[in-house]
Design a protein around this ligand. Structure first.
Ligand SMILES: [Zn+2]
Length: 327
């Protein structure tokens, strides 16, 4: 599971949005004009599309990590949810080790930014926080992910240290945390990777799409079809692992909460179209509410356009929050 239960009230209070534009991980998205016409309020379709695809990749990798832990009977010390987050982030970083900072940093920070937003918009007025949940709190997942990105890209993100985003005390351990997680992923590949016949992707995985209900789910279906993110990831997994039974990856309309989950009895990973729509809403919120990130030079350099930092400057938000940026 991706979330604990109570977060989904957000969907009802945030506006819808649009997707379009180009992104390095995906094929061209032909429905741009249709989408923009359907949702004219969207601030930046390209940014929304980028944010959704980055978080889709993270979500699939997180659920595939649960699948690998169970199917390969991997030993896990500590929280499995935390392990799944760490595997996903390390894989995302390693897959882009030859890409430019302008490509890698926004992609990874789209994932961190989603978790920050989940926490920022969470209704905590009742004082009810799910400390008991097997998932870390959203804000902890945010800091854990930022720490790994920083640990893996410290030469690009030096100025993150001692900010609200990465307090000094945590930053001190991030390079070691990155090395530890990177070592664990390498161990996984070395000890559980292919030792025999490599099976075709179709023998190990099927990817299926339920007919989407009208509206935003249809837009998410179109994005999945044009980007082929799921198909690319299962092909990469098939090239590295031989699994004991076939796995199905299913995109579906949700009857209750939009979520993503690994279900062992049916050997399936399910992702709700509604979860992708939720990411789009988070993208729009993030784009309008990131003055703190804009005050950190490296984030402004790599993500300023996506976060509309210049707009923040003009509205005075940047100045107002300056004192909050440094811890
Ligand atoms: Zn999980």
């Amino acid at each position: 599971m991706r979330f604990s239960a109570l977060i989904w009230f957000l969907i009802s209070i945030l506006p819808g949005g649009a997707l379009a534009g180009s992104e390095t991980n995906s094929a061209e998205f032909p429905e741009e004009a249709v989408l923009e016409a359907a949702v004219p309020e969207a601030a930046s379709p390209e940014v929304g599309r980028f944010f959704v695809l980055a978080n889709l990749e993270f979500t699939l990798l997180h659920e595939f990590s649960h699948m690998l832990i169970e199917e390969l009977k991997l030993p896990v010390l500590g929280s499995e949810e935390d392990a799944a987050d760490r595997i996903a982030i390390i894989v995302m970083l390693k897959a882009r080790q030859h890409q430019s900072a302008e490509e890698v940093i926004p992609w990874l920070f789209a994932v961190a930014g989603d978790w920050y937003t989940e926490w920022e918009l969470k209704d905590r007025s009742s004082g009810k926080i799910d400390y008991w949940d097997n998932h870390h709190l959203e804000i902890q997942r945010f800091h854990n992910i930022v720490c790994l990105i920083y640990g893996g890209k410290v030469e690009l993100l030096e100025d993150l240290m001692d900010t609200e985003i990465l307090p000094f005390e945590r930053a001190m351990s991030c390079e070691a945390e990155y090395r530890q997680a990177d070592h664990a992923v390498q161990w996984l590949l070395d000890t559980n990777g292919h030792s025999g016949k490599i099976m075709a992707t179709g023998e190990q995985f099927t990817v299926t799409y339920e007919q989407p209900i009208e509206g935003q789910n249809e837009l998410m279906f179109d994005l999945l079809q044009s980007s082929r993110v799921a198909e690319k990831l299962v092909a990469a997994l098939s090239a590295r692992f031989s699994l004991p039974r076939p796995i199905s990856v299913e995109f579906d309309n949700c009857v209750s909460e939009p979520d993503a989950y690994w279900h062992s009895p049916t050997a399936s990973v399910t992702v709700c179209y509604e979860l992708l729509g939720h990411f789009l809403n988070m993208a729009e919120y993030r784009q309008k509410n990131s003055p703190r990130a804009c005050n950190i030079p490296s984030l402004r350099k790599y993500m300023g356009a996506r976060l509309r930092c210049n707009d923040s400057d003009e509205s005075g938000q940047n100045e107002e929050s300056e004192g909050e940026a440094k811890k």
